[in-house]
Design a protein around this ligand. Structure first.
Ligand code: DHE
Length: 567
């Protein structure tokens, strides 16, 4: 599954590798016996490239997750007692150079036009040496990094601007290290803020006043939209690599706390929701669902429950889903639910009782019952489910269904979800099954989206290697899901000149009214990109938001829809 070659950062390495089988690791080689020699300066360069392009999939310790194990040597005893072993040392520099240059059938992208020949040789040698283990990050480190730019008492007492905050879009400008806040009513860029390296997601405070960002450099920021112009009021570092944050949303705890999950070190941290003052760190190291110790269980998606004062924390490598009760942080109670390995992203079902999370390397989706605090089901799906937050539809034949796209299969899966509504009792027999697969023009989907007021359902395919597929989005009719989707040519509609690199159409996001859909046209770092806005009813182009500042836009988070989990 080759990926967008023009994109810098972990994106390429990580998502592109999602199709790879997981080779379980055990013992590291100690020392670098037999590994090609490297100078200290070479190692520093390689370390940076590894972190930016490889660690997302292969892990910092290189034990593999969605990408393969990349330790110099690994051994594994199978259930039948047979021993398996392998490693980068046994592959050697020439073979590794080939893999990095041309990619593999299994999903590794070709790096020949991302890295120079010298860099490829450097990386081939580097991964035969033992992994560099980054430092741990303690509560003290967090506290030392904490910057309270404006104390709460000095912030505005009321909204100082006339912007309809509910319809603001927070948009990641990935490779620019910035966040754009765009007024959804006027389609005008309101403010572009510095956020640190490659913000991954934005989330909203329960009040809708604050935007939180979290980036691949582990930096979290809180932006106050009550000022005349949005202003960053605090920042804190969670570790050296992070992907997720969410606030406490349960009644009585609104915005009291913020939780952040890190890839490195593998842990989650709890902070004050308005100041980001660090309060507590909890490690996620421990046993996988198979009972093996894992030293790097990274925190993937986190979401605040509406059933209880809890966060759902999904731990990738262990396959454990933790329900973290935030009512008493000193005597922290967590419920640990065994599910399936390599948990990634997910979203709520229509009732908001069940959290649906993709275990993408296992080709499964786990459903957690947050009311009962237990696993509801594990559902087998097509290859590599990647829902983003997924989408909720009412299927004429199967009732409430939650949808996920797939990186590894040309379908969107519809999973029947349980419902407490007696009207839906007749659909019970279908619950927790894939009831329909909608045909997509190819694999490589990342995000699907709908809105309760819309008759459409949108899916992208940015990771498909074909320009024709990746530059478009696909719109299904909710009343006739078996009908082929309408293709909208986002790259063409943007009016921007064609570039050598594919411009990926990524992540449909609705406005607050549910009558517009915004798509990022994600071009190369040196190219101008755009946000392309469609009328959801007519599917006609409405507006192209572009300027030289719109560089590599990816995730978009409409304030209201993000606050209330509308999808
Ligand atoms: Fe994401 C969500 C991890 C690559 C855009 N991404 C998530 C979440 C996780 C995650 C754990 C869920 C957060 C949550 O809900 O709390 N993403 C990873 C990776 O590990 C991976 C594969 C590689 C990496 O090194 O980061 C990766 N992701 C990407 C991209 O390359 C994307 C397409 C572009 C980008 O900006 O980096 C990308 N990820 C997104 C977006 C969301 C996301 C837009 C939020 C979707 C939503 O609607 O909530």
């Amino acid at each position: 599954m080759p990926f967008g070659k023009q994109f810098a950062g972990t994106l390429i390495a990580s998502l592109t590798l999602m199709g790879l089988a997981v080779a379980h690791a055990s013992n590291d080689t100690s020392g670098n016996a037999g590994a090609p020699a490297m100078t200290a300066a070479e190692k520093e360069v390689a370390k940076k490239i590894y972190f930016e392009r490889c660690a997302g999939c292969h892990g910092v310790l290189r034990k593999g997750a969605t990408g393969k194990n990349l330790e110099p040597h690994w051994e594994k005893t199978q259930e039948d007692g047979n021993k398996l072993e392998g490693g980068t040392l046994s592959l050697g520099t020439k073979r590794l150079e080939k893999i990095i240059t041309y990619g593999t059938e299994g999903g590794m992208v070709n790096y020949d036009d991302i890295l120079t020949k010298e860099e490829i040789n450097l990386m081939a040698r580097y991964i035969q040496n033992p992994p560099d283990v980054p430092p741990e990050f303690s509560l003290k480190d967090m506290k030392d990094s904490w910057k309270l730019i404006v104390p709460v008492a000095e912030r505005p007492k009321k909204q100082m601007n006339k912007v309809n905050l509910k319809n603001v879009f927070a948009i990641t400008l990935r490779d620019a290290g910035k966040l754009a806040l765009i007024d959804g009513d006027t389609h005008k860029v309101w403010k572009i803020l510095d956020t640190g390296y490659a913000v991954h997601i934005s989330r909203l405070s329960a009040s809708g006043r604050y935007v939180y960002t979290v980036g691949r450099d582990g930096l979290t920021t809180i932006i106050d939209m009550w000022y005349a112009e949005p202003t960053t009021v605090a920042t804190v570092r969670l570790g050296s690599d992070a992907r997720s944050v969410d606030v406490s949303k349960f009644k009585g705890y609104e915005d009291k706390y913020l939780i952040g999950g890190t890839y490195w070190p593998p842990q989650y941290s709890i902070m004050d929701g308005e100041t980001l003052e660090p309060i507590k760190i909890v490690s996620t190291r421990g046993q996988t669902i198979d009972g093996e110790y894992h030293p790097e269980p990274r925190v993937a998606s986190i979401v605040a429950s509406s059933e209880k004062p809890e966060w759902v924390v999904n731990v990738k490598e262990t396959g454990q889903i933790m329900l973290v009760d935030y009512t008493d942080l000193k005597n922290l109670k967590t419920t640990t639910i065994e599910s399936s390995k390599f948990l990634h992203d997910g979203g709520w079902d229509a009732s908001k009782r069940y959290f649906m999370v993709a275990a993408n390397a296992s080709n499964q989706v786990a459903a957690v019952d947050t009311k009962e605090g237990k696993l509801a089901a594990i559902i087998d799906t097509a290859k590599i489910p990647h829902p983003g937050r997924g989408a909720n539809l009412f299927h004429p034949e199967f009732g409430p269904v939650w949808a996920t796209g797939h990186l590894g299969a040309a379908v969107v899966s519809l999973i029947s979800t349980a419902s407490d509504d007696p009207k839906n009792a007749r659909f019970k027999q279908y619950n927790w099954k894939v009831v329909q697969e909608l045909k997509m023009p190819g694999a490589g989907n990342l995000f699907v989206k709908t809105h309760p007021k819309s008759k459409h359902f949108w899916a992208d395919a940015p990771m498909n290697p074909e320009r024709e597929i990746a530059e478009g989005v696909y719109v299904f009719d909710k009343d006739n899901l078996s009908k082929d989707p309408v293709r909208l040519d986002v790259a063409k509609d943007s009016g921007l000149p064609e570039t050598k690199a594919i411009r990926r159409a990524v992540q449909p996001e609705y406005n607050v009214a549910g009558d517009e859909v915004w798509i990022s046209l994600w071009g190369g770092k040196a190219d101008q990109s755009a946000i392309v806005v469609y009328d959801d009813k007519t599917l006609k182009l409405k507006q192209v938001i572009t300027s030289p500042e719109i560089v590599t836009p990816t995730g978009k988070f409409n304030v209201f829809n993000t606050m209330h989990d509308v999808y």
